[in-house]
Design a protein around this ligand. Structure first.
Ligand code: ZN
Length: 143
């Protein structure tokens, strides 16, 4: 079965720029333990771009991923009403790195369903709509 999402080759210029910003962010990763250097870039609906890197900790479970670092920066800088219009993830290890499950759930709080998410997959750079990356995200809808 073919996985959802498609390789977009070439990427549209706006996503290519976002991916470039993610690669640049990966240069600043703090990854002394895994040596897996990841960068993420979020384009907000307002047009702003916010980047993040993974930040590891000697107590491994306290490590935070690049995507969540970017998201926390975005909220801290632009407030709680932000909406994420696009996401790019890159790493300097030439490895597949789709956003992990924790990051998908955290991004779901702010991501537009149609937001493209660009990331390195086993078969090259892949782009998927956020809604396809995390179907059935946990939501709290009280009655
Ligand atoms: Zn993650």
């Amino acid at each position: 079965m073919r996985e959802p999402g498609s390789k977009t080759n070439p990427l549209d210029p706006a996503l290519e720029e976002l991916l470039k910003r993610a690669r640049e962010a990966a240069q600043r990763a703090y990854a002394p333990y895994s040596k897996f250097r990841v960068g993420a870039a979020l384009r907000l609906k307002s047009g702003e771009i916010v980047t993040g890197t993974n930040v590891e900790n000697v107590s491994y479970g306290l490590t935070i991923c690049a995507e969540r670092t970017a998201l926390v920066r975005a909220v801290a800088e632009f407030g709680p009403d932000i909406r994420i219009a696009a996401v790019a993830v890159a790493n300097l290890n030439d490895a597949a790195s789709p956003p992990c499950g924790a990051c998908r759930q955290v991004l779901a709080e702010f991501a537009l369903p149609e937001a493209p998410v660009v990331f390195p997959a086993a078969d090259g750079v892949r782009t998927m709509a956020f809604r396809d990356l995390l179907p059935l995200a946990f939501e709290m809808k009280l009655k």
